[in-house]
Write a protein that binds this ligand. Structure first.
Ligand code: F6P
Length: 383
C-alpha cells in the first residue's frame, strides 16, 4: 500500500457498459487530484482491456475540461476484459481460451508508476478489480450503472438519466396509445433488477409495471388490461424490465457472449408480453424496446451533480488513506465501503419497497395476485 502522502500519480479507468455521467466523474476525479493535491493523472483506455495491454495516456486539465455534459466516456470502455479470465483466442473447436492476466495489469500499473487506480464501474468491473486489490494495487471504486443494482450504495450515477430517458419515451407512447386505443408495451433495461422499470413506470403513470423481482401471472396482467380497455380509458401502458418473467417461467435471453464476464444479454420479453396481451385480450398491442438509448446521451443535471460528488469523494477517500474502497451514498450521505464486499453482487428491488406499495395503492398493477388482494388496487383497476 502507498501511504496517501506518497501518492503522486493515479490511473483512471472506466469499465463495463457505458452510462451517462462517466465523463462527469472522470473530470471531478482528475480536477480534484490535480488541483487539490498536485497528483498526475493517467487515463487507461478501454477499461481493463487497456490495463492488460498497457494502453494509457496522460490526462491534462485540457483533456478533462468541457466534458461534463458529454455522454459516453472519453477513455473508452470494454465489457469483455476480465483480467482473471481473459479470452486470449480460440481452440481448434472454436471455443474461447481463457488466461489469468492479472500480472499484466500489475505490470501496467508499475510501468506507468501508478500509486492508485480509480476504477469507475458496476458490479462486474468491481469484480474484475478484486484480484488487483488482493495483489496489493490500491483501487478506489466509483459506482456506475444505469441499472442501479450495485450492492452498498443507494444510488449509482447514470440511473437517473436512464429513468428520465425511459420516462420521456413512455410519455410519448401514452399519447399515441390514447389516440389509437392500443396497448403499448415498453421494454426497458436493468438486467436482473427492476429499478429502471419501477421508477420510469411510476414517473410516467404506466398501468402495469413488470419487474424481475415480482414474476408476473399472465392472467392477472391480461385481466387487468382487459378491464381497463373495457371500462376505462381504452388504452394501456405496460413497462416491462428486460429481466422480467412469468411465474414459473424463465428470463428471455437475447444473446450469449461467453467471452464476457457476464455472458447473458437479456432482451425480448417486451414482444412476448405484447403477443400474450394481444392474444388474450384482443386489444391491438405494439412493442417498443428502448435498448441502448437509455445508456447514451448527455447526463441529466442530477447525474452531473452525483458524478461530480462521487469523483471528488473518491480522491478524498484515497488521500485519507483509503485502500480497496468503493465510494457510496447511503441515507443521502457519501462514505466508502470495502470494494470487495460489493464486487460481483447485484442489488435487487425489495418486493416490499415503499415505491411498490405506493404504486399498488394508486392502482398500478405488478401483474401478481397481490394486486387483486390489495383493497385499494382492487377498486382502482377500472378507474
Ligand atoms: O448493465 C448495463 C446494461 O445496459 C444492462 O441494462 C443491459 O442488460 C446490458 O448492459 C446490455 O449490455 P450490452 O451493451 O453488452 O448489450
Amino acid at each position: 500500500m502507498t501511504p496517501a502522502k506518497d501518492i503522486h500519480r493515479i490511473g483512471i479507468l472506466t469499465g463495463g457498459g457505458d452510462c451517462p455521467g462517466l465523463n462527469a466523474v472522470i473530470r471531478a476525479v482528475a480536477k480534484t487530484a490535480m488541483r487539490q493535491y498536485g497528483i498526475e493523472c493517467v487515463g487507461v483506455e478501454d477499461g481493463f482491456y487497456g490495463l492488460i495491454h498497457n494502453q494509457t495516456r496522460p490526462l491534462s486539465f485540457k483533456d478533462v475540461s468541457g466534458i461534463l455534459t458529454r455522454g459516453g466516456t472519453i477513455l473508452g470502455s470494454h465489457n469483455k476484459a476480465n483480467p482473471a479470465r481473459f479470452c486470449v483466442g480460440n481452440d481448434e473447436n472454436g471455443e474461447p481460451i481463457f488466461r489469468d492476466v492479472t500480472d499484466r495489469c500489475i505490470a501496467t500499473c508499475k510501468q506507468n508508476h501508478l500509486d492508485a487506480l480509480i476504477v469507475i464501474g458496476g458490479d462486474g468491473t468491481m469484480a474484475c478489480a478484486a484480484p488487483l486489490v488482493r495483489a496489493g494495487i490500491n483501487v478506489i471504486g466509483v459506482p456506475k450503472t444505469i441499472d442501479n443494482d450495485l450492492v452498498g450504495t443507494e444510488i449509482t450515477f447514470g440511473f437517473l438519466t436512464a429513468v428520465a430517458t425511459a420516462t420521456d419515451a413512455l410519455d410519448r407512447l401514452h399519447s399515441t396509445a390514447d389516440s389509437h386505443h392500443r396497448v403499448m408495451v415498453c421494454e426497458v433495461m436493468g438486467r436482473n433488477a427492476g429499478w429502471i422499470a419501477l421508477h420510469s413506470g411510476i414517473a410516467s403513470g404506466s398501468d402495469v409495471i413488470l419487474i424481475p423481482e415480482i414474476p408476473f401471472e399472465p392472467d392477472v396482467v391480461c385481466d387487468y388490461i382487459a378491464a381497463r380497455m373495457r371500462s376505462g380509458p381504452n388504452f394501456a401502458i405496460v413497462v416491462v424490465a428486460e429481466g422480467a418473467m412469468p411465474r414459473g417461467g424463465k428470463q428471455v435471453v437475447a444473446r450469449l457472449d461467453p467471452t464476457s464476464p457476464d455472458p447473458i444479454r437479456l432482451g425480448g420479453i417486451g414482444h412476448v408480453v405484447a403477443k400474450m396481451v394481444e392474444a388474450r385480450t384482443g386489444a391491438e398491442t405494439r412493442t417498443t424496446v428502448l435498448g441502448h438509448t437509455q445508456r447514451g446521451g448527455t447526463p441529466i443535471a442530477a447525474d452531473r451533480i452525483l458524478g461530480t460528488h462521487f469523483g471528488y469523494v473518491a480522491i478524498e477517500t484515497l488521500m485519507k488513506g483509503g485502500v480497496g474502497r468503493m465510494v457510496v451514498r447511503e441515507n443521502n450521505q457519501f462514505k466508502d465501503v470495502d470494494l470487495l464486499h460489493s464486487a460481483g453482487k447485484q442489488r435487487l428491488v425489495p418486493t416490499d419497497h415503499s415505491l411498490i406499495v405506493a404504486a399498488r395503492a394508486i392502482g398500478t398493477s405488478f401483474g401478481d395476485y397481490a394486486d387483486r388482494t390489495a383493497p385499494v388496487a382492487k377498486s382502482a383497476v377500472i378507474v
